[in-house]
Write a new protein. Structure first.
Length: 255
């Protein structure tokens, strides 16, 4: 069972798009992935057509009533299961604090899944803030995937994440595997090449060889509650996410 957290401390970098389409690619391979939407904005939930009517039906139920992941999962026709988000997730830090029990809540749930022999691969869509929700995802994950849109502010967010992970490793007593993927790449813009080069200089071999090109279909598909493979299977977006998934599987980042 692999648990991957998708995280950047800046919004608008393609985080939700990456979760949606990696999960969709895995579903097309018959791997039956599950996602957790840990962003109170619930954009991944909306893209998959799953709306939690109350907090207890969402990932918030994990914190509020210690509901199990299995109880909260909703499976979609495309083979992706999701624990949806709800705006009440924004209350978690205020209500439950930053203690070990709050930060380790999701990890404890995954440990229960592993003990039961469940092999579902999980992908977590994190909120773009370092807080209880994102820390839950990092503590529970086998690896962190950081999308970097081809702009300087996004690159700065990735640098901050690198520092955050380094600090957390002192607590976790292990290095958190990570990969960085450049999104919204436009070869016609010099800035895209600059950001890719800067990322490679900063993060070395942890930068994916695959880049996700700027593609209008990637922006349009969530509005139709479709992944890129269903919405525009011959698009550059579909080709790029298929290549990214193949790369992450080949190097063992996703097992």
């Amino acid at each position: 069972m692999t648990v991957i957290a998708v995280f950047n401390q800046k919004g608008g970098v393609g985080k939700t798009t990456t979760v949606l389409n990696l999960a969709a690619g895995m579903a097309r391979m018959g791997r039956a992935p599950a996602c957790i939407d840990l962003d109170p904005q619930a954009q991944l939930s909306a893209a998959l057509g799953v709306i939690a009517q109350q907090g207890d039906e969402s990932a918030y139920g994990l914190f509020q009533r210690s509901r199990t992941l299995a109880e909260l999962l909703k499976t979609r026709p495309n083979g992706i299961a999701i624990v949806p988000a709800h705006i009440e997730l924004a209350k978690v830090e205020t209500l439950y604090g930053k203690g070990y029990n709050a930060i380790n809540k999701l990890n404890a749930s995954f440990q229960t899944e592993r003990a039961a022999g469940i092999e579902t691969p999980w992908i977590i869509d994190c909120c773009p803030l370092v807080g209880v929700l994102s820390l839950n995802a990092i503590f529970a994950s086998d690896g962190v995937l950081v999308p970097i849109s081809a702009d300087y502010l996004s690159m700065n967010g990735a640098v901050q994440i690198s520092k955050t992970l380094h600090a957390l490793e002192q607590v976790l007593k292990r290095r958190v595997p990570r990969r960085y993927v450049v999104t919204r790449f436009d070869k016609r813009r010099g800035m895209s090449a600059d950001i890719l080069q800067t990322a490679r200089q900063a993060f070395g071999a942890d930068v994916c060889a695959t880049v996700i090109s700027e593609n209008v279909s990637l922006a349009q598909s969530p509005a139709q509650q479709q992944d890129i493979f269903a919405f525009a299977p011959s698009s550059h977006g579909a080709q790029d996410y298929a290549a990214l998934l193949a790369e992450l599987l080949a190097d063992g980042f996703i097992k």
